[in-house]
Design a protein around this ligand. Structure first.
Ligand code: ADP
Ligand code: MG
Length: 227
């Protein structure tokens, strides 16, 4: 146990869809720079958990403490400055980028939204694309002009633009061609080493989890089976 408080502390999280309790009093913590894998069969509540952690859908009850702040009690406006600090990367690489926006503009927009756009903006966008292994020419493309792996890299570049402390990775390589998965996972591992990012990482592949995660927790039918 580290002396510092955890980066993320989830306590008794509950998410309901009508009569269905998708997340049933789930609690866990995540330290800065750590990778926690969240495993479990399809439909057990993994995506519902991380969606509620990110406050993309408010949980029905429970607490989500991030960087010392209890998010569930904050208004949308109060959350706005915190949102860049916790960025999602979803399974569908195309679904998380606007189909009408060039990759360069999608990354630039992430800087703009936070008021971090200035004369250095274009160079920073180029640097972010380079950092995820995309040559400058890819900046001119639209998402549908990229492969799944390239598109996921672009999504990671956009997430990094907001200088996050936590990436929430919901099956980030499951939709990708097996031949490009290792490259994206290696990129994520390198970024974590360099930037000290924490990862909450949903993944089905046990080999990947044991290689990639510091710790793992398991869900069944909305509950954790180990803590
Ligand atoms: P996982 O990510 O582990 O596959 P989900 O969190 O997506 O699981 O789903 C957990 C349960 O909640 C499932 O029974 C699923 O059908 C249900 N569920 C998920 N999203 C919704 C929704 N928007 N409306 C109603 N039920 C949902
Ligand atoms: Mg899911």
């Amino acid at each position: 146990m580290s002396a510092n408080p955890p980066l993320l502390e989830v306590r008794d999280l509950v998410v309901r869809y009508g009569e269905v309790t998708a997340v049933d009093h789930v609690s866990f913590t995540l330290d800065a720079g750590e990778t926690l894998a969240l495993n479990g069969p399809s439909g057990c509540g993994k995506s519902s958990t991380v969606t509620a952690v990110l406050q993309l859908r408010r949980p029905d009850s429970g607490e989500v403490r991030f960087e010392g702040q209890e998010l569930t009690k904050l208004t949308e406006r109060e959350l706005r400055p915190l949102r860049p600090r916790m960025q999602p990367v979803f399974q569908d690489p195309y679904g998380s980028l606007s189909p009408r926006r060039r990759i360069r503009d999608a990354v630039a927009e992430a800087l703009r939204v936070q008021g971090r756009w200035d004369a250095t903006g274009p160079a920073r966008v180029a640097g972010l694309l380079d950092r995820v292994g995309l040559a400058p020419a890819y900046g001119d493309r639209f998402p549908h002009e990229l492969s799944g792996g390239q598109c996921q890299r672009a999504g990671i570049a956009r997430a990094l633009a907001s200088d996050p402390r936590l990436l929430v990775l919901d099956e980030p390589v499951s939709a990708l061609d097996p031949s490009v998965r290792a490259g994206v996972l290696n990129l994520l591992a390198d970024l974590q080493d360099e930037l000290g990012l924490a990862y909450l990482f949903i993944c089905h592949d046990r080999a990947v989890v044991s290689h990639f995660a510091d710790r793992s927790i398991e869900m069944r039918s909305g509950r954790l089976t180990s803590a």
